[in-house]
Design a protein around this ligand. Structure first.
Ligand SMILES: Cc1ncc(COP(=O)(O)O)c(C=O)c1O
Length: 431
């Protein structure tokens, strides 16, 4: 490639990224519940030399040289996460929630059987036989869903555990409106020789802010998570436990079995996010709960069939509605995206096909993080009503959404560079 072609190619990359940044950060309302934005300070520390280094092994016991500051950074991050989540042992090396789950499977159920929440009841693909457990040769049995309450049926689940005798029971979900019965099922699991793990990926930020139960306090042997959903850090994974012997085996599963590099550069930003959650997490998580409830109430008022009304709609960041009468989840998700509102299509407990999900799943964590409150939730609901109930063309709503979103350009509940005396106009994202 000659130099001029190479420069053109580079410009193409720049254009794509600039377009994406502007569209997703400035022009649209993001309601995808598994995403978030880091604070400017966390973004500032995301680019560092550790992004190109290796540190196979554990703190103080590495297979690589040149890692004295990696050791210090990882140890400090472990200390912060351990304090924030009241866990004796933390492994921050898994590079994603899925890898954290795989480490749990290798440690607690190798080659055996696990019991998990089925996908139409909110379970994640990394709990499903078509995903990681199947790849590791595990058999997956399902915990019966309580469709009405958007949870797990405790009595039927206990029966399944007693009869099937899985090695590991997994609670926690991707569509997650109310806490799962960890306490009840941990007892049943333990009586039947099984471990119980809670996948906290979606609710980690709510746990940090004291707005969702910490499953380790309720009898879970292990808590796995991503670090980038309601916990607004960089993409990554983490595992918590209070059991030393489980932890030692987890460490061996993470390395050498599942990873070699741990994407070390994310440690600094994860640490900044943990500090922010210690300082602002309670207010952030509290506002998320208020906002989710408000969004659900407003949508419901307009005749949009938000699920779980009888239980108060939601106790997390998520709001879910049945989009069947508007043409189904896929159609509605595209229509809303055309109008500048980004949501997920999702299976509902009564769906039988993953290809044609009837639900829409939303989360308010990112919009809460950029300073939106209950009034703004009402505004978002009215944009959605205009498209879904009044039949307005999405193209006529898009500019209104853009104008509205332009008012929310700063991350709340996090640090700016100036808060710690860093002077630099160097962040490409600038919210
Ligand atoms: C409940 C649950 N667990 C695990 C994951 C996977 O996390 P990651 O994308 O970090 O691998 C997700 C992703 O959305 C999830 O919802």
């Amino acid at each position: 490639m000659n130099l001029s072609d190479a420069i053109n190619a580079v410009n193409r990359v720049r254009d794509i990224i600039n377009s994406h940044n502007t569209w997703r950060r400035r022009e649209t309302i993001n309601l995808i519940p598994s995403e978030n934005v880091m604070s400017p300070l966390a973004e500032y520390f995301y680019i560092n030399d550790m992004m190109g280094r290796y540190a196979e092994g554990t703190i103080g016991n590495r297979y690589y040289q040149g890692v004295k500051y990696v050791d210090e950074m990882e140890a400090y991050l472990v200390d912060l996460m351990s304090k924030l989540f009241h866990a004796s042992y933390v492994d921050v090396r898994p590079i994603s929630g899925t890898v954290a789950n795989m480490a749990a499977y290798l440690t607690l159920a190798k080659g055996g059987k696990i019991a998990a929440v089925p996908r139409q009841c909110g379970g994640h693909i990394s709990h499903d036989e078509v995903g990681a457990p199947g790849a590791l040769g595990l058999k997956v049995i399902h915990l019966p869903c309580d469709e009405e309450n958007f949870s797990i049926n405790v009595d039927l689940a206990a029966k399944v555990i007693r009869e099937e005798k899985p090695q590991l029971v997994i609670l926690g979900a991707s569509l997650y409106l109310f806490p799962h019965p960890v306490k009840e099922l941990a007892q049943v699991a333990h009586e039947n020789g099984a471990y119980l793990m809670h996948d906290s990926a979606h609710v980690l930020g709510l746990i940090a802010g004291g707005q969702f139960p910490n499953s380790l306090n309720e009898g879970a042997d292990l808590m796995t998570s991503s670090t980038h959903k309601t916990f607004p850090g960089p993409q990554g994974g983490v595992i918590f436990t209070n059991n030393e012997s489980i932890f030692k085996n987890i460490q061996r599963s993470v390395f050498p079995q599942l990873t070699s590099n741990y994407h070390l550069h994310r440690y600094a930003s994860t640490a900044i996010t943990a500090i922010e959650m210690m300082a602002f997490g309670e207010a952030y998580a509290y506002q998320i709960r208020l906002n989710a409830r408000k969004l659900a109430e407003e949508l419901s008022k307009y005749g949009i069939p938000v699920v779980a009304e009888a239980r108060g709609f939601t106790e997390t960041h998520q709001v879910v509605f049945d989009a069947s009468k508007f043409g189904g989840g896929a159609k509605v998700a595209q229509l809303l995206e055309d109008g500048g509102i980004i949501v997920n299509k999702n299976m509902l407990p009564w769906d039988r096909s993953a290809v044609k999900p009837s639900g829409i799943r939303m989360g308010v964590q990112e919009m809460t993080r950029v300073g939106m409150g209950t009034q703004e939730m009402a505004e978002i609901a009215s944009f959605m009503k205009a498209m879904l109930i009044d039949g307005k063309e999405p193209s006529t709503i898009r500019d209104k959404v853009k104008e509205f979103k332009a008012q929310y350009t700063e991350v709340k509940y996090g640090f700016k560079l100036s808060d710690v005396g860093i002077k630099c106009d160097c962040l490409p994202l600038n919210y």
